[in-house]
Design a protein. Structure first.
Length: 249
């Protein structure tokens, strides 16, 4: 049996041995705190970066809306490319045979020739503009003029190639001359609308659309040259497409 003093001394020794272990555990807990703080700092930095990115995107959208959209009617431009296959076929028929254009039925509404259909709000019934070209055959579009311009440039290169004097620079010159003519026509028409005080939303896109329809008739004339049509027959076709385009406009 141990004496009371020996038991007390033995208990003190056990407490002294356990104290460093407890201190070591406390030290490990203290060492883990900087890593936790580092993780919190990373989360805060990521949130700040995401917030900064959102702010930059919003600022960029505002800049585009205030500066680019103001000068370029993007909404009306996208509206003019909203076409369908049936619209393109019927529109080409009207451009080449405009005097055969009669009253039609569009979206269960009797449409007079050359009149455009308006788009109304489904809930209020208020007019919100004109319907898209795919829903209105009389609506001007940009798809046919752009495709006709590209086709004309390529077909002109083919015609010059059949003559034996084709050069790649001819395509660039043809494109430059065509765009220059369209721009001059646009400036003259725009001057006329300004003098007559004619204003309207999307007028710029509509003017370019109507100015580009003439390339459809030019393509027909080039096809006549490609199949070796000469003399009075060629000039008869040329006069026909010229008068058809004038009547269409």
């Amino acid at each position: 049996m141990y004496a009371p003093q020996q038991q007390q001394a033995f208990g003190n020794m056990q407490q002294q041995q356990q104290a460093p272990y407890g201190q070591a555990q406390g030290g490990m807990g203290t060492d883990q705190q900087p890593w936790a703080q580092f993780g919190m700092m990373n989360d805060a930095t990521a949130q700040m970066g995401m917030q900064f990115g959102r702010s930059a995107v919003v600022a960029g959208q505002d800049y585009v809306n205030k500066n680019i959209t103001r000068h370029l009617p993007v909404t009306h431009l996208l509206h003019s490319f909203n076409v369908s296959n049936s619209y393109v076929i019927n529109k080409l028929r009207i451009v080449l045979f405009p005097w055969r254009h009669r009253c039609g039925l569009s979206s269960r509404v009797v449409q007079r020739p050359w009149s455009r259909l308006v788009a109304r709000n489904e809930s209020t019934g208020q007019v919100e503009g004109y319907k898209a070209p795919r829903d209105d055959i009389n609506s001007p579009d940009m798809y046919i003029p752009v495709m006709a311009l590209v086709t004309y440039i390529l077909l002109a290169g083919v015609v010059t190639g059949t003559r034996g004097d084709f050069h790649p620079d001819n395509l660039g010159m043809t494109a430059s001359k065509s765009l220059g003519i369209v721009f001059i026509e646009f400036c003259l028409i725009k001057l006329g609308t300004y003098l007559l005080n004619i204003t309207g939303k999307g007028t710029v896109v509509d003017l370019f659309s109507y100015s580009g329809y003439k390339f459809v008739g030019i393509i027909v004339a080039l096809l006549m040259q490609l199949v070796r049509v000469r003399g009075w027959l060629y000039w008869g076709v040329f006069t026909y497409v010229f008068c058809a385009n004038a009547f269409f406009l």
